[in-house]
Design a protein around this ligand. Structure first.
Ligand SMILES: Nc1ncnc2c1ncn2[C@@H]1O[C@H](COP(=O)(O)OP(=O)(O)OP(=O)(O)O)[C@@H](O)[C@H]1O
Length: 343
């Protein structure tokens, strides 16, 4: 649906060059929610704005629904853009127009009759949960309500694709979640493909199917979200994940483990996906391998519709049994990392 191939964008100001995007390759299939995450200045805005040609790339291809966007101009470009909605961090609503009029803007531009437009707008306001606010003006709305208006306005054009440019960055955590739920809802109900950019891993974790990590204009990692969480490849990704799942032990516990006279063993980080709970496996380790699992940390979280569990356990016992125990866990599909050997 969206295919970026060898995309590059360099800004040139007063003889200075900034390479904002370098050789980007990305494919977003129809119906998917795809997230691009990166720190400030990574090139996220440049990337998303190249999809609808708000920013024109210097090189490479932008194919949307099989149409090469870089080749379009004038009327043809406007026509292609009509199928690509966009929402922004600061909502971009007309302050002098009420909610109804704001949502009706694309319909008026499309020449739809007033009473038909109003019927459609009222339906869309119902979809985004804002029927009560049809006559209100933007300054009378909360941030979350303003974003709902912007989403309804995007939907008014019967879009195939929605681009979300840091759409929840100005909102508090609770409102962020309600807007993310709405995005998930319209993705499922209308089959709209969503490409979003964000600097918050929470956004990726809650609604995205796949994710690309952008750093200094380059994609340094791309994966399904669950695989990114279970098997991050770069330090940047690990840092993003650590912001929401901090699964290292506090220094005081490490010190205690190192100072106390203990049986030899290992400290393991276990990662398991799905509804498997680690508990029976730990009981089995004790029973079958005469190991003593000591749980030091535990966390279960939701990654879109999958469950991701993390445990840090100390396994005490004979080394050959420890190795067999690790083999047993791996056979059961549990990712096992040795954090430290305790002697
Ligand atoms: N119009 C411009 N002229 C010159 N440089 C620009 C322009 N727009 C962006 N840049 C530069 O390009 C790089 C990428 O910027 P971009 O806004 O795409 O990153 P970003 O990841 O979206 O950052 P942020 O999260 O802070 O918005 C940055 O170094 C930025 O300073």
């Amino acid at each position: 649906m969206i295919k970026l191939t060898n995309l590059s964008k360099t800004y040139r100001n007063n003889g200075k060059e900034v390479k904002a995007l370098q050789d980007i390759n990305l494919h977003v299939p129809k119906g998917e929610i795809f997230g691009v995450i990166g720190y400030s200045g990574a090139g996220k805005s440049s990337l998303i704005r190249c999809v609808n040609m708000l920013e024109v790339p210097d090189a490479g291809s932008v194919s949307v629904n099989g149409v090469e966007m870089t080749q379009l101009k004038g009327h043809k470009l406007r026509q292609a853009r009509r199928k690509i909605g966009m929402i922004f961090q600061h909502f971009n609503l007309l302050q002098s127009a009420n909610v109804l009029e704001n949502v009706a803007v694309p319909l008026q531009l499309g020449g739809i009759k007033k009473h038909e437009a109003e019927k459609k707008v009222r339906h869309l306001l119902e979809v985004v949960g804002l029927s009560e606010k049809a006559e209100s003006y933007p300054q009378q709305l909360s941030g979350g309500q303003k974003q709902r208006v912007a989403i309804a306005r995007a939907l008014a054009s019967d879009i195939d694709i929605l681009l979300c440019d840091e759409a929840t960055s100005a909102l508090d955590p609770q409102t962020t979640d309600s807007i993310l739920d709405l995005l998930l809802d319209i993705n499922r109900k209308f089959g709209i493909t969503i490409l979003l950019i964000t600097h918050e891993m929470h956004v990726i974790k809650k609604i995205c199917d796949r994710v690309a990590v952008l750093e200094q204009g380059k994609i340094i990692e791309e994966n399904s979200v669950i695989n990114l969480f279970t098997n991050p490849q770069t330090e940047t990704t690990r840092r993003f994940i650590k912001n929401i799942i901090d699964d290292d032990l506090p220094q005081s516990i490490w010190e205690k483990l190192r100072q106390e006279k203990r049986e030899p063993g290992v400290v393991l980080r276990l990662t398991f996906v799905g509804c498997t709970t680690a508990q029976p496996m730990l009981a089995q380790l004790a029973k079958e391998y005469t190991l003593w699992p000591n749980i030091l940390y535990g966390n279960i979280t939701q990654v879109k519709d999958r469950t991701l569990g993390r445990l840090i356990v100390e396994l005490q016992g004979d080394n050959s049994f420890v190795q067999k125990g690790i083999g047993f866990l791996q056979e059961k599909g549990v990712k096992t990392e040795v954090m430290e050997h305790v002697r």
